[in-house]
Design a protein around this ligand. Structure first.
Ligand code: UD1
Ligand code: MG
Length: 449
């Protein structure tokens, strides 16, 4: 097995995103672009991953470490070109891994398979392997100059001759190098070009001058498209959603209207999960086998246990933990709460910072009042309890197993197991009162309006 170093370039902005956030932190399918690139590098089995970031990009460094805790982060202090950026990771290159793959932080569609196919020629003795593709418009890309099928040079747009500009095969921006000579190649690169930059792409010609071979691997546009604008971000999102939906269906989930279901890069759907139209999954969702997610539900940071039913119009927020067979119905919001197996919360409720024991029924309109304006407080409800409709449960409070809350109660004190708690005024009937009022109104005794 050849060892692999991946260097992710994320320093240069050169962006048209009109954003206060570094470009590579913009998300596609709920994960930052640089996060996708790092995930692909990890999946390719990289022994070491380095990210090159710009000065004052602490947020990028944090995201890199969140995705790959062991990654090395290097800062490129001046933006002097892609080869200059790679050399910021000189320390990592000096370890002379067998293969070095350079990726750009703004190409979120690259997969580990693409990385592997790019490495294959290195094992066969090539010094440089370049990922080529044929974009609809080659403008702006480096053109791959070939002669009899052999890669001779990469010519950047600004340096290309009229003839070279006609070449449709372009540099996608993913390059692999023989790790034994990568550092030597990079150090030979100069900045005598239209942009006065150190071009990584010059490594092709230099390798050939040293009598080594450079090759092209071709990839589909959908696997390599880069993102420079919000419109391209949306195009990448559409491509990635298509992939994630296909994977979910291959894994045994039914998506009735796949094009209306939005998945996250890390969404896990079990077998025989049935997803109705218009459902949104944010980060950190695991859905076990046999669950039904009904239409218009919004789910993030949640675990849904086997056979549960969620929605329609349900919202599961981070920390929602639904046990087997739980029912969460329409206009119900669950946050940071454990619902044990068999719990039912079917209508118009908010359950937050709570734990609810098995088979408890939570009636329509129940609210756990978890926030006093300063801190959040917990509600603990036992098993087999019955929470009457329209109850307000003012936390912190504990309701015992088998307890019964009278409809419309405001619960501020703990309720013992198997007790009935009535937290509301008693009903008073006044016979004939309404009829007498109407008579007095009709006689003008009580002023109208
Ligand atoms: C580059 C390639 C071009 C290829 C295109 C694909 C070079 C010289 N050209 O051109 O052949 O077709 O990508 O999209 O490599 N970066 C740094 N520091 C720098 C400069 C760049 O970190 O000093 C990073 C950027 O963040 C970006 C990547 O390198 O992720 C590419 O830089 P960019 O300026 O976009 O290069 P292109 O002109 O697009
Ligand atoms: Mg670019």
């Amino acid at each position: 097995m050849r060892s692999l170093l991946v260097i992710v370039l994320a320093a240069g902005e050169g962006t048209r995103m009109a954003s206060s956030m570094p470009k590579v932190l913009h998300a596609v399918a709920g994960r930052s672009m640089v996060g996708h690139v790092l995930a692909a590098a990890s999946a390719a089995g990289a022994a070491s991953i380095s990210a090159v970031i710009g000065p004052d990009h602490d947020a990028v460094a944090r995201e890199v470490h969140r995705m790959v805790p062991g990654a090395d982060v290097f800062v490129q202090h001046e933006r002097r070109g892609t080869a200059h950026a790679v050399l910021a990771a000189r320390e990592a290159l000096a370890h002379r891994y067998d293969d070095v793959v350079v990726m750009y932080g703004d190409t979120p569609l690259v997969t580990s398979e693409t990385i592997q196919s790019l490495r294959t020629p290195l094992a066969g003795g090539a010094a440089v392997s370049v990922l080529g593709f044929r974009p609809a418009s080659p403008f702006g890309y480096g053109r791959l100059v070939t002669s009899n099928g052999v890669l001779v040079a990469i010519r950047e747009e600004k340096d290309a001759s009229a003839e070279e500009k006609l070449i449709g095969l372009c540099n996608a921006g993913l390059m692999a190098f023989d790790g034994q000579i990568a550092l030597d190649l990079l150090e030979r690169i100069g900045d005598a070009n239209a942009k006065k930059e150190f071009y990584l792409t010059d490594a092709v010609e230099i390798a050939r001058e040293l009598g080594r071979e450079a090759v092209v691997c071709e990839a589909a546009v959908e696997d390599v498209a880069g993102v420079n604008t919000r419109a391209q971000l949306a195009e990448a999102e559409a491509i990635l959603q298509g992939r994630l939906r296909r994977l979910a269906m291959e894994g045994g989930a039914t998506l009735v209207a796949p094009e209306t279901v939005f998945l996250c890069a890390d969404t896990k759907l079990g077998r025989d999960v049935f997803v109705e139209p218009n459902v949104f999954f944010g980060p950190g969702v695991t859905v076990d086998d046999g669950v039904r997610i009904r239409a218009f539900s919004h789910i993030e940071g949640a675990h849904v246990g086997r056979g549960a039913i969620v929605g329609p119009f349900a919202r599961l927020r981070p920390g929602a933990e639904l046990g087997e067979g739980v029912h969460v119905g329409n206009f119900v919001e669950i946050k940071a709460s454990d619902l044990a197996p068999g719990v039912k919360v079917n209508h118009l409720s908010y359950v937050g910072d709570s734990s609810v024991g098995a088979n408890t029924n939570i009636g329509a309109g129940t609210i756990t009042c978890n926030y006093d304006g300063f801190a959040k407080h917990r509600t603990t409800i036992g098993a087999n309890a019955f929470i009457g409709t329209n109850s307000l449960i003012v936390a912190p409070v504990t309701i015992g197993d088998g307890a019964y809350l009278a409809t419309g109660s405001v619960i501020t004190e703990d309720v013992p197991a198997d007790a009935l708690a009535v937290g509301r005024a008693r009903q008073v009937n006044k016979p004939g009162w309404a009829a007498r009022l109407r008579e007095r109104l009709a006689a003008g005794i009580v002023p109208k309006g």
